[in-house]
Design a protein around this ligand. Structure first.
Ligand SMILES: Cc1ncc(COP(=O)(O)O)c(C=O)c1O
Length: 372
């Protein structure tokens, strides 16, 4: 029996291990642990890769969202729209600054935020307290950004893209995270570009936001002991920047391999009673997750695959409006039906670039076994 993990970091790191060891050794030899050349290099390389003016390295993807919110002026009591079907951190970052997560349902095909439902909420809530929107590019494909920009202009909303899962995906030729006022990226180890611990980055084309982000991530300092803003200790770790700088070179080929693996699954599963990912033509998909859908609960298929040694999971089994920590917002079961359905009917299967054909064929035949 195969043992197929959802990510395979050991296999990913092995061929580039010597390069990474050298990069880490350099940091230790120079005792260059906070800021320094590696941070500048990495930020420069990310800005080039994303074709964006500024990239500010930070401690993780959650802090990237939080700093982005603060840098565009979101304050205590402001409402911020985000999907009900995303990782906790999207809404957690909003709540962490005393702002209010305003949940919206998703599109059933893409699992990204529903444009019609954003408009519905904004029409209902005429109290002008909603100040920003966080579209999440879930699983690695972009939300409908043109529509989000149109709405944000109409209602004067700031846009923070949660590109935690979509680093390298493109919306109409623009990289995810470079379209709104800011984009937040996560380099959590399991992401398509993963550090050796926590790391993240904020992307922006605004010089004003960039200057603010640099101060906010570093205790509100520009110059030491001269605190201009109420900032945080949210610097990107220099060793992580060194690791990421090595790995960034390989990201385009890794993302391409994920896309090829996804196409293979799509082709082999096209005649089965299972829905493969739908990718609208305005976006590319970098398949941070390859998510299938049934028209009944996916739990049994997940269990079946797990019993065959295949690490299949549900991202995410409980939408945010039903989480205990957001009970104070007063939502109830049935409020966001597409999010609730997606949390029951979907499952992710391994799609990482280290998969070999034999393993993919084994995953496919295990799914077919279950469905037959
Ligand atoms: C959609 C989404 N937003 C935010 C985050 C937070 O990123 P991090 O874990 O780096 O804080 C993640 C990653 O886990 C994520 O998947």
């Amino acid at each position: 029996m195969y043992k197929i993990p959802i990510v395979n970091l050991k296999k990913q790191i092995s061929p580039i291990r010597a390069e990474i060891d050298t990069a880490i050794k350099k940091i230790i030899d120079n005792a260059d642990f906070v800021f320094g050349k590696e941070i500048d290099n990495f930020e420069g390389e990310v800005a080039k890769y994303c074709n964006v003016k500024y990239a500010v390295g930070v401690s993780n993807g959650t802090d990237a969202i939080r700093l982005a919110l603060v840098s565009v002026g979101i304050q205590y009591g402001d409402g911020v729209i985000c999907p009900a079907f995303t990782y906790y951190a999207t809404a957690g970052a909003i709540a962490s600054i005393g702002a209010i997560p305003v949940f919206v349902d998703i599109e059933p095909n893409t699992y990204n935020i529903s444009i019609a439902n954003i408009e519905k909420i904004l029409k209902q809530k005429k109290d002008k307290k909603i100040k920003a929107i966080i579209p999440v590019h879930l699983y690695g494909q972009c939300a409908d950004m043109d529509s989000i920009i149109r709405i944000s202009k109409k209602y004067s909303l700031k846009i923070i893209e949660d590109a935690a899962q979509a680093f390298g995906a493109e919306y109409k030729g623009k990289k995810a995270g470079t379209i709104g006022d800011c984009g937040a990226v996560s380099f959590f180890p399991g992401k398509n570009l993963g550090a050796f611990g926590d790391a993240g980055i904020v992307l922006t084309n605004s010089k004003i936001i960039y200057e603010k982000l640099k101060i906010l991530r570093n205790q509100g300092n520009r110059k030491k002991y001269n605190h201009l803003l109420l900032g945080y200790n949210n610097r990107l770790d220099t060793i992580q920047a060194a690791v990421l700088n090595v790995k960034l070179k390989y990201l385009p080929s890794w993302n391409k391999k994920r896309q090829e693996n996804a196409e293979y699954f799509n082709e082999k599963l096209k005649d089965e009673e299972v829905k493969t990912p739908f990718v609208p033509n305005y976006t590319t998909h970098i398949y941070h997750q390859y998510v299938l859908r049934l028209n009944y609960p996916s739990k049994k298929l997940v269990e079946h695959l797990n019993s065959k040694g295949i690490d299949s999971r549900v991202y995410y089994p409980k939408p945010l409006h039903l989480q205990k920590c957001f009970q104070y917002r007063g939502y109830k079961k049935g409020d966001f039906q597409e999010s609730e359905k997606a949390s029951i009917q979907t499952l992710a299967i391994p799609v990482h670039p280290e998969l070999i054909k034999k393993e993919m064929d084994y995953i496919i035949s295990s799914i077919k076994d279950f469905l037959s």
